[in-house]
Design a protein around this ligand. Structure first.
Ligand code: MTE
Ligand code: MO
Length: 425
């Protein structure tokens, strides 16, 4: 068993599998994870705010950019994680597999970290293709919970590897290569190397750190034909892979890459009113209710209620605003909207300046059918009950007769096919 594990690890050794590379890729991955975590928290709490939370409403593209970065960084994680797993793959064959309780914890935390990360990016990617119904669980809650598992195990991982990370953080600080004769199997050789190299002595100490150090020392000592060239080749390969997946998808979020957006689920400007559609009127089962001539928008505040017909809404002061639809799935699109201000409607029923609202759609039985909005968005002069999109009445798929549009909010909260607005204290 011992020999088998060692033989396997030896045969897996390549120049790119070294601690410096693990640190270089790990660093990028760590940055991507933290960026995803922070932008993810922002998106999560916009949709599920804690009672005291107040959100910025400017710049209007804040959520659009934040979520674009979230999805793009998440997509970039695929090649980065694969590269990182490739580099550290021989570590899987450590012998003995578990050396001590600390070593067990170290390996278990890495296993958890890898598993959680792979699940996280996979369900995230599937979600951008709207596979929500594929999961027998609530996507957002799961994604949110996993993010804490990942950030927690990342912190443990960094703590455990701090020694290696700091030694290989800068290129010039990297430990000198240990002689090729060093093998983990032979303690006498290790001992002679300790004498020859202070770094080797440093890493070959007792406990888990010693083992990890020796693992990397061993990887470092693998036969290395033209190591520089093949290491650069590996980095270039990873860079090309990251560049490719980003270039082929990020156009959904960033217009500058629209031309090369071949793989993302949405393209800009394509759809009715030149805007992509998330959920169609047919899918939302509002094909009839949305065009019912008896449609009215009910605005209420306690016992006070007013009923607005479509013509009543059009007779109010109309405003033109430029605001993006920014889907949680990453795609976004700037558009021109026209309609009355939400705050004028709220004022018409004596709404308090600090009041929240709950908006309800004609759509039945969907989590997007009811939406909550805090006062910072309700009072904002850019928040409209939109009747027009890009110079024409809303297409039925974009929420005809009336929909919500507010700055710096996720698309999920831009409720279509409005039927009522309730002021809540
Ligand atoms: N009633 C209702 N409103 C909704 C949705 C929905 O499913 N039902 N989807 C939301 C989502 S997820 C997005 S991204 C935007 C997209 O708006 P669009 O389809 O007009 O582009 O609408 C939002 N409004
Ligand atoms: Mo969305």
């Amino acid at each position: 068993m011992h020999a088998l594990l060692h033989g396997t690890r030896r045969s897996l050794a390549t120049p790119s599998r070294n601690p410096r590379m693990a640190v270089v890729i790990g660093r990028l991955l760590g940055i991507a994870f933290i960026v995803c975590f922070l932008t993810g928290l922002y998106s999560h709490f916009l949709q599920d705010p804690l009672p005291w939370m107040v959100f910025p409403t400017r710049p209007i593209w804040l959520y659009q950019v934040s979520q674009g970065i979230h999805i793009t960084a998440g997509i970039a994680c695929f090649p980065l994680i694969l590269a990182k797993l490739y580099i550290v793959f021989p570590d899987l064959f450590q012998s003995p597999p578990v050396r001590s309780f600390t070593h067990f914890l170290e390996r278990a935390s890495i296993a958890l970290f890898v598993a959680a990360s792979l699940v996280q990016i996979t369900i995230g990617l599937l979600n951008t293709f709207q596979f929500y119904s594929l999961f027998p669980f609530a996507f957002r809650q799961t994604h949110y919970a996993l993010s804490f598992v990942i950030i927690g195990s990342l912190a443990i991982h960094i703590a455990v590897k701090l020694d290696i990370i700091s030694r290989h953080w800068r290129k010039r600080d990297s430990a000198p290569r240990v002689p090729r004769t060093l093998t983990v199997a032979s303690s006498s050789e290790a001992a002679s190397d300790q004498a020859a190299s202070p770094q080797a002595a440093d890493v070959a100490g007792s406990g888990t750190r010693g083992l990890t150090g020796r693992v990397f020392a061993w990887i470092d000592s693998a036969p290395q034909p033209e190591p520089r060239a093949s290491r650069r080749g590996f980095l270039v390969t990873v860079a090309i892979a990251v560049g490719t997946v980003v270039t082929l998808t990020a156009g959904q979020s960033f217009r500058i890459l629209d031309g090369t957006n071949l793989f993302a689920p949405r393209k800009k400007d394509i759809g009715p009113n030149a805007v992509p559609v998330n959920r169609t009127a047919r899918a939302a089962k509002v094909l009839e209710s949305a065009v019912d001539p008896a449609w009215v928008l009910t605005v209420s505040n306690g016992t006070t209620a007013r009923v607005y017909t479509y013509d009543d809404l059009r007779a109010m002061q109309q405003y033109d605003v430029e605001l993006p639809i920014s889907c949680v799935e990453g795609w976004s699109q700037m558009a021109s909207w026209r309609g009355p201000r939400l705050r004028d409607l709220v004022d018409s029923v004596g709404g308090d300046p600090g009041a929240r609202i709950t908006a309800t759609s004609l759509e039945q039985g969907s989590i997007y059918a009811v939406m909550d909005m805090g006062p910072e968005f309700v009072r904002d002069e850019l928040t409209l009950v939109a009747l027009q999109l890009n110079g024409a009445p809303l297409d039925i798929d974009h929420g005809y007769p009336a929909r919500m549009i507010a700055p710096a909010r996720p698309g999920v909260l831009q409720t279509k096919w409005l039927s009522s607005i309730e002021v809540v204290a």
